[in-house]
Design a protein around this ligand. Structure first.
Ligand code: ADE
Length: 295
């Protein structure tokens, strides 16, 4: 009933105890942070990624880190190329064998490369669209067929700041915009089966070692920081907290939505209208002083 006086909050440790999540690209970057936070909240996690070596390296690091946290949640890995239908199907059956259920899917695995449109070969175009758009579609369809159709669940798709176009990365811009729309279609198609599906769009201001290594000499972060109204970069933890919220019972009335995690970057269209240097917004996760912003 409306006006309930129940004193309760969903935010607590153990929130996802006995739940099971699949996180693609879960061994690196934003995916690794999502995996860690899910584990902290008690969720069992299957991380899947195309590159088995990177996956194991990430899993070892996460396992080592988890030891200090006094938690019982289990982490498992499975190499899986999300472009391949049979491999995605195998991921679902394998996860069900290991864990017996699939409550959450985080479609974080993706990839792209910087190139002018005129120089993108069909093979490169297809690879980016197949990974980011088709792979996400296959993951959604297969988890629905294998589990969520009869039991519900929650899905979060990770996209990107492509709202105003994505010059020199037009393939990923098109694919991520496709996932934004796919999210809305599936949210409505599957609402009667109890499946919630939302997206998170991190800005190019989210710093991760993986992204820094991928883009190498381009030094994107130093340049990107200038486009962020906070005057600082974001952290992978600032993305993972939003993903966990969307998966949580705190978000039961949200579906078909895309949350931008970019500190206003995607709304800031006119950089000549300077935003005064400031240090006023909250510091990033667990940072105790307020020295996030750098002039
Ligand atoms: N991460 C990047 N590319 C991927 C792919 N094809 N499959 C799974 N994870 C990925």
């Amino acid at each position: 009933t409306c006006g309930s006086k129940v004193a309760a909050t969903v935010f607590r440790y153990g929130l996802f105890k006995d739940k099971v999540a699949i996180v693609t690209g879960g061994g690196t970057g934003i995916g690794k942070a999502i995996t860690k936070e899910l584990l902290l909240l008690g969720c069992n996690v299957m991380i899947a990624s195309r590159n088995g070596n990177r996956l194991e390296k990430g899993a070892n690091e996460i396992t080592e880190w988890l030891k200090g946290t006094n938690d019982r949640a289990r982490l498992e890995t499975l190499p899986c190329n999300i472009r391949q239908e049979a491999e995605v199907q195998n991921l679902m059956t394998h996860t069900l064998e290991r864990f017996g259920q699939i409550d959450f899917v985080v479609n974080n695995g993706g990839g792209q490369f910087v190139s002018g449109a005129e120089d993108i070969r069909l093979k490169g175009w297809n690879a980016v669209v197949e990974t980011n758009l088709t792979g996400t579609f296959l993951m959604c369809r297969e988890v629905y067929r294998h589990w969520m159709k009869d039991r519900g669940g929650a899905i979060v798709n990770i996209i990107a700041n492509m709202w105003k176009g994505f010059p020199r990365m037009c393939h990923t811009g098109a694919a991520r915009a496709g996932v934004d729309n796919l999210t809305k279609s599936l949210a409505l198609e599957w609402v009667h089966n109890g499946v919630r599906i939302n997206s998170v769009a991190p800005g190019s201001s989210i710093y991760s070692e993986t992204a820094a290594a991928n883009y190498g000499d381009l030094n994107i972060f130093e340049e990107n920081r200038k486009t962020v109204p906070y005057h600082r970069l974001g952290t992978v933890e600032e993305v993972s907290s939003v993903v966990c919220f969307l998966l949580s019972p705190g978000a039961t009335f949200i579906t078909g939505e895309t949350v931008r995690v970019d500190a206003g970057q995607s709304h800031y269209a006119c950089p000549t209208l300077k935003i005064p240097f400031h240090n006023k917004m909250p510091p990033y996760s667990w940072q105790t002083d307020a020295s996030g912003a750098e002039d």
